[in-house]
Design a binder for this molecule. Structure first.
Ligand SMILES: C[S@@+](CC[C@H](N)C(=O)[O-])C[C@H]1O[C@@H](n2cnc3c(N)ncnc32)[C@H](O)[C@@H]1O
Length: 524
């Protein structure tokens, strides 16, 4: 399943600690001297990015992203299982080895009705049954303004318009499918604002959630400027559906589509079974075998639990998701006298003065340290920055076209091996790790609960989804609140584990580096 917005980030951009050694790069002494100040003054960044505090305290914005059931078009969720099955038969869905189950822990899902082999192609949803941007424009008949919108907005407008048309019985080809969509998904768009703040406090996902709500609000405003008759509630519901069900089809050049029936598959962390177009049908190619009665799983992509929570409204149990990560953001210090020059050099290299790097249980990209060494460096003259950046990011001070290829891969950890160095020798290696250890300690202290309390909450039992609710997604407030609380605690604990592991590894590396530094001094 696809997603639209940016990765979670803390915007912990500005760090104190420019440092310098005799050779003009980094030295840990300067960094130590300055870092006390850095701890107190948080989150200023170059580039105009709002701080976490600013973004999430914009009261009223997130509040308006919650919607009452009465705002969701009445026909949504009203189709029975038999009606959906009849509609799918009419769309020429071939015979299936899976059946739709309603009362699973994940709500609805597809369960094997006979043995299924590894590598088998399931589903077979005909291409003519996909809701793509092109199809939405053709079906909605909203005129040229519809085609001018961004692709997510085109699809949301179509869904909302068709859902509203259910009441007058004028919905088109996909009316029955829309009647079978859930009314609620539990995604962050549906969370009360105070819960977003409370449950995600300390986590980079708090900012991501606020950004998601803001971007949806802005898109709704734009859509309604063209189509005021489409209600805010219908559009909120439509975006919620898109975030939890839209699929990016690689074989169609990455086109986004709603794929009826395929969108009944639930996600399993670590699963490598993907949904894609194959010839004239959309298939799921299984990555394992199934016996009759087992739920069949798909991959929504390699997503950390925070992203699953924000887009899909659930988080796997702690330790279950191999794709978990903590999104660490760092950037040029706004008080650095060379701040503007560094920002410019970074931009010239296709990087940003604020970058986010993934920390994982099994490590972090070395490029994080290279980037950190550049933002900490303190050359005699600003003109040296370009050469330092080239050394840090490409390992070469020569300018050439290849520089851009290696730099582009930097923040996602793709640039490897000899491409780039940590500036400043051993002193630089120490300074960047001290900075990273500080960032980890600071991030750990931002979570309000004790770890024990969060672990207890994360182990809480997910409430059952009683009968009819699993079809529509509607559940009593208390059940929803418990689901949110347990899922958010799982995210917090997963992130804290990663931060604690990174912190202890970095401190171990620091001890070794300091020993080496002492030995080197002794030898001289
Ligand atoms: C594409 S739909 C899958 C079908 C969905 N269960 C339904 O009832 O329509 C995605 C939604 O399924 C649920 N879901 C998928 N995988 C899940 C999982 N591993 N645990 C809990 N809920 C899951 C989430 O509510 C998510 O927003």
């Amino acid at each position: 399943m696809a997603r639209a917005t940016a990765r979670a980030s803390t915007r912990r951009g500005a760090r104190e600690g420019r440092a310098r050694d005799g050779e003009g790069n980094l030295a840990r002494e300067d960094y130590r001297r300055r870092r006390g100040r850095g701890r107190r003054r948080r989150a200023g960044t170059i580039g105009g990015a709002a701080s976490t505090e600013e973004t999430t305290s914009t009261r009223g914005r997130a509040e308006s992203a919650r919607y009452d059931d009465a705002e969701i078009p009445r026909g949504v969720g009203s189709a029975t299982k038999a009606e959906l099955a009849r509609w799918l038969e009419g769309r020429r869905l071939p015979g299936q080895k899976m059946a739709l189950e309603v009362n699973l822990a994940e709500g609805r899902g597809l369960v094997a009705t006979e043995e299924i082999k590894r590598g088998e192609a399931l589903l077979g949803v005909p291409r003519t049954t996909l809701i793509t941007v092109e199809r939405a424009i053709a079906e909605a008949k909203l005129g040229p303004k519809h085609a001018e919108l961004q692709e997510w907005s085109v699809l949301a407008t179509f869904l909302a318009q068709q859902a509203l048309a259910l009441e007058s019985g004028t919905a088109g080809t996909f009316g029955e499918y829309i009647r079978a969509l859930p009314r609620r998904t539990g995604s962050v768009l549906d969370w009360p604002e105070d819960e977003v703040d409370k449950l995600l406090k300390g986590s980079p996902s708090r900012l991501a959630a606020a950004e998601r709500q803001d971007s949806v609000n802005a898109a709704i405003d734009e859509i309604r400027s063209y189509f005021p008759e489409i209600t805010v509630g219908a559009l909120r519901w439509a975006f919620d559906i898109l975030f939890s069900r839209l699929i990016r089809l690689d074989a169609m050049g990455g086109e986004l589509a709603l794929v009826p029936w395929a969108d009944m598959l639930n996600h399993k962390p670590g699963c490598a079974a993907f949904i894609d177009l194959n010839g004239d049908a959309v298939n799921l190619t299984t990555d394992r075998s199934y016996v009759k009665g087992e739920q069949v799983w798909a991959s929504y992509g390699q997503r950390p639990s925070s992203e699953l929570l924000i887009s899909y409204g659930f988080a796997p149990e702690v330790g279950e998701n191999p794709d978990d990560e903590y999104a660490l953001t760092l950037g040029v210090d706004v008080n650095d006298p060379l701040a503007d020059a560094k920002a410019q050099v970074l931009r010239d290299m296709g990087l940003s003065p604020v970058e986010t790097f993934p920390l994982r249980l099994n490590g972090y990209p070395r490029q994080l340290l290279q980037y950190a060494s550049f933002i900490l460096c303190n050359p005699e003259k600003p003109s040296e920055l370009k050469g330092l950046a080239q050394s840090a990011f490409t390992g070469s001070a020569n300018i050439g076209q290849s520089i851009f290829d290696s730099v582009r891969g930097l923040t996602n950890g793709k640039a490897r091996g000899k491409q780039g160095v940590i500036l400043g020798g051993v002193a630089g290696e120490i300074a960047v790790r001290e900075m990273l250890a500080d960032l980890c300690a600071e991030a750990l202290s931002a979570y309000p609960n004790t770890l024990e309390k969060d672990k207890g909450l994360a182990q809480g039992r997910m409430p059952d989804f009683p009968g009819a609710d699993a079809w529509t997604g509607v559940a009593p407030d208390a059940i929803r609140a418990t689901q949110r609380s347990v899922s958010a605690a799982r995210v917090r604990v997963s992130e804290r584990r990663i931060l604690a592991k990174t912190d202890s590894e970095v401190r171990l590396q620091l001890r070794k580096l300091k020993q080496k530094s002492l030995m080197d001094d002794f030898k001289q």
